[in-house]
Design a protein around this ligand. Structure first.
Ligand SMILES: [Fe+2]
Ligand SMILES: [Fe+2]
Length: 201
């Protein structure tokens, strides 16, 4: 993967006049299933969407805002299956053409700052970046535990994080960077993922 090729080369996404514009769950899932056939990727996006929604809910945000957070999580990797070389340019352009709220598009554009060249700025941006890789590692861990997520502990996840051969594609560097940017303790973030991901799919 050529990192330079993935750089989006811009920092403004969507249009301010589209503030508050969303698509329905149905429309989002239609897009998802139209573009993504890899079942593992679908699970990943559903999990991140769920974590985002639950985080916004715990923060006491409105149903509308929770839905926006959900959409950012659900669609953040929608173009990864078909167009990995230019991830996440394609999904950004698609959501811009559907006049989606710019905050959702910015969150998607900043979910990998070192690849896309866009810094996470808002709370939504930062939490999407923070959940992305950690969600994947925690899920991989659940698959190797006979009891799945039941009884999973923070220290178990941290042990897998330290073992670089476990879910080796998960960037430990990104997780540490994301925690720092979100100003969250890693333990709290892991606990949140454990608590909620069990209910994700
Ligand atoms: Fe991604
Ligand atoms: Fe992702």
């Amino acid at each position: 993967m050529n990192i330079n090729q993935m750089n989006l080369g811009r920092s403004v996404f969507g249009s301010p006049e589209n503030r508050g514009n969303v698509i329905s769950n149905e429309e989002a899932f239609l897009l998802l299933h139209d573009w993504v056939s890899n079942p593992k990727l679908i699970i990943h996006m559903q999990q991140v969407g769920h974590l985002m929604r639950m985080y916004a809910k715990e923060m006491g945000y409105s149903e509308e805002t929770q839905h926006m957070w959900f959409l950012a999580g659900l669609l953040h990797d929608a173009d990864w299956d078909k167009w990995p070389e230019t991830h996440c340019k394609k999904i950004i352009e698609e959501l811009e053409s559907r006049n989606l709220d710019p905050e959702i598009i910015h969150a998607i554009a900043s979910h990998g700052p070192k690849y896309f060249g866009v810094n996470p700025e808002t709370e939504m941006d930062k939490m999407l970046y923070a959940f992305d890789e950690l969600s994947g590692l925690t899920h991989a861990y659940s698959l190797m535990r006979p009891e799945g997520y039941q009884g999973m502990e923070v220290k178990g996840v941290k042990k897998r994080l330290k073992d670089k051969t476990f879910a080796a594609q998960v960037s430990r560097e990104d997780i540490a960077d994301a925690c720092q940017r979100a100003e969250m303790e890693l333990d709290d973030l892991i606990q949140f993922v454990i608590n909620h991901q069990i209910h994700a799919v």
